[in-house]
Design a protein around this ligand. Structure first.
Ligand code: Z5A
Length: 226
């Protein structure tokens, strides 16, 4: 890693609220994030945590409006505009929800997508460059990252197969060609390499139960064994 990238990586911090945790889930379409988040929420509630599930873009009324504007867009949005829209929604989510909720003890925030989506989608698949995305996050509150991120890694064939089974209409990103989705996987692999301590890569091609057990053991380590 060169020094500029190193400096950019070192600017990130996780919010420090004793007893509360910020977790994100990442992956390409059909990775299984939403399915696993439901199960992990249930597990953590059994352990008496106050669990708040958020999604990106979204989680605030401002963020949900941006979500509609992007995902329903019939015209191409310039990648620079795209990246700034995701960052705007994120800054709002961090200040108006994440930091406030984490201040309550015993809280776990689970976010469906976060900064690594911007690194993979806009940084790599939309060709803006990972350094540019890291630079965009160099100002508070965007320099705050989750304590742990679970990247559910699947290959393109698995993603396509799950999409076929689900048979839903495709949105702004889903309708792009296979080379776009192949670059997304490269982007996520690169992000996992840059943020080795934070991002845990989990094999998302296993059965739902197998993935859940792996996640549960990682979460037990984070929450109960430190
Ligand atoms: N985006 C961006 O470009 N930049 C950013 O900074 C951010 C976002 C934050 C939001 O998508 C879009 O915004 C996203 C990136 C972009 N674009 N795309 N694509 P979203 O939140 O609306 O969509 P998604 O995250 O891709 O959702 P998804 O396709 O539903 O994926 P998922 O939540 O990971 O999967 P799932 O719903 O849990 O499962 C999908 C299907 O697979 C479902 O039928 C399940 O029953 C099945 N499934 C799940 N797990 C398994 C296993 N283990 N085995 C077999 N079948 C399974």
């Amino acid at each position: 890693m060169d020094t500029i990238e190193n400096t950019l990586i070192n600017q990130f911090r996780s919010p420090a609220f004793p007893g509360s945790f910020f977790i994100s889930f990442e992956g390409i379409e059909g990775a299984g994030k939403s399915s696993q988040i439901v199960k992990i929420k249930e597990y953590l509630e059994e352990k008496n945590f106050n669990v708040i599930v958020l999604r990106e873009p979204g989680g605030t009324s401002f963020g949900e409006k941006l979500r509609q504007a992007i995902l329903n867009s019939e015209k191409d949005i310039h990648p620079v505009a795209e990246a700034h829209l995701f960052c705007s929604a994120r800054a709002q989510l961090l200040t108006s929800v994440v930091l406030k909720e984490l201040a309550e003890p015993n809280t776990v925030i689970i976010c469906d997508r976060f900064i690594d989506s911007t690194l993979a989608y806009q940084g790599v698949a939309r060709d803006l460059g990972v350094d540019n995305i890291l630079k965009m996050h160099s100002i508070f509150p965007l320099n705050l990252v989750p304590h742990v991120t679970f990247y559910l890694r699947i290959d393109l064939e698995t993603s396509l197969e799950r999409q076929r089974m689900r048979n839903l209409p495709k949105d702004y990103f889903e309708s792009r060609d296979n080379s776009f989705h192949t670059k997304l996987i490269e982007g996520y692999d690169l992000a996992s390499d840059l943020f080795k301590d934070r991002i845990k890569t989990i094999d998302g091609s296993k059965t739902t139960d197998e993935v859940y057990l792996k996640l549960k053991s990682e979460i037990d380590q984070l929450l109960f064994e430190k």
